[in-house]
Design a protein around this ligand. Structure first.
Ligand SMILES: [Zn+2]
Length: 374
């Protein structure tokens, strides 16, 4: 799912901001102005602190963006389609169409993120030293050295060897290379992520009892997030692999009952919708040519007293506008087509001939049966 507000394009990558990001940006701004800079650079005026905080928050935003741009650019260089970048509460995420197909690509795509953060940190550190040597105002080197520190933290945090963090991905690519088994590698990296998550929670508890309330809460929060993310990203990968291994023809409803385009809505309701368990019917003419799809929702949009005089043909979705898939498409393809069209069902078609109908419910039922059997 793509959420957030589109803000710009950088090097051909669309950048979006998740709504959570705006809250965090204000929080960062406030923390910088109220606590960080007054403590690190004492004796300056409130106006200067606000200016430093604004510059710092914007530079922090670009630091996270550059980290994600590095991942995206390397992914594109390795032939993987990148839709764009979403910046959210914990930094950012490159929206990559598919996973790397081999461990070497995964390693390269991942390693450039922390490397670029570390490089930005070094550059800012050099800049801070130069500003000091040139006698520029203390505010300038203050912002630069703080941002240098944050970039080193960004690199270090991302290197925690727990999936889905960069460190977890690097760990996964190494296990993948050694075992040639992506599923096993993901499971190990996910277990390691859950372990490190719990470790952070434990550290947080120690901090809490030591009287460091805020630090303790942050460790617990981040640790728990990592623990959950490690588990759910493993499940997503397994689900994706299952869905990529099954064809539409195996989960679809075969030879579905069809209705005529000339049928009145009154008859359609009485003879089909009220007597069958389906919420939609494909529409075919008398020669068996597929014309479209009529759904219960479309019927409900017509006033009741007009049902006897309105025909299926007047309100149905034309076949050219309906979502169609081929019997040999995988369930992953079916779901992504349904998702991007925002509808619940697709017509399964070969050479213009109707083979079946497949809905989200069909896919869910198929998965349910699969999981009961495995
Ligand atoms: Zn990263």
């Amino acid at each position: 799912m793509i959420g957030g507000v589109r803000i710009a394009r950088f090097f051909g990558f669309e950048v979006r901001l998740d709504l959570s990001w705006f809250v965090v940006f204000l929080l960062v701004l406030w923390t910088f102005a109220q606590a960080v800079f007054p403590e690190r650079n004492p004796g300056l005026s409130t106006t200067v602190y606000i200016a430093m905080a604004s510059a710092g928050a914007i530079l922090f935003f670009f630091s996270v963006l550059l980290h994600e741009l590095a991942h995206s650019a390397m992914a594109r260089a390795r032939g993987i389609q990148v839709e764009g970048i979403t910046l959210f509460i914990f930094g950012g995420m490159a929206r990559i169409r598919s996973e790397a197909s081999n461990p070497k690509d995964e390693f390269l795509i991942t390693v450039v993120g922390p490397l670029s953060s570390a490089a930005i940190g070094l550059i800012l550190l050099g800049f801070a030293r130069a500003a000091q040597a040139l006698g520029l105002p203390g505010a300038v080197s203050g912002v630069a050295s703080w941002l240098a520190f944050l970039n080193f933290v960004l690199a270090a945090f991302n290197l925690i060897p727990g999936f889905p963090l960069d460190g977890g991905r690097l760990f996964r690519s190494l296990v993948w290379q050694l075992t040639q088994d992506l599923r096993k590698a993901t499971r190990w990296a996910s277990l390691s992520g859950r372990g490190f998550g719990l470790l952070l929670v434990g550290l947080g508890v120690v901090y809490l009892f030591g009287g460091f309330l805020v630090n303790g809460m942050w460790f617990i929060f981040i640790g728990w997030f990592l623990h959950q993310a490690a588990e759910s990203s493993y499940r997503q990968l397994i689900l994706r692999r299952i869905l990529e291994g099954v064809r539409a023809r195996e989960a679809m409803t075969r030879n579905p009952e069809t209705v005529s385009p000339d049928l009145a809505l009154r008859d359609l309701v009485d003879e089909y919708f009220l007597r069958r368990r389906y919420n939609s019917f494909p529409v075919e003419d008398s020669t068996g040519r597929l014309l479209g799809l009529i759904t219960l929702t479309q019927v409900k949009q017509v006033e009741r007293d007009r049902w006897p005089t309105t025909r299926v043909n007047d309100v149905m979705t034309q076949v050219c506008d309906a979502v169609t898939v081929r019997p040999e498409d995988t369930l992953a393809v079916v779901l992504s087509k349904l998702e991007s069209a925002g509808v619940g069902r697709a017509l399964v078609v070969t050479d213009g001939r109707l083979e079946g109908v497949i809905s989200r419910a069909d896919v869910a039922q198929w998965l349910d049966r699969y999981q009961k059997l495995h």
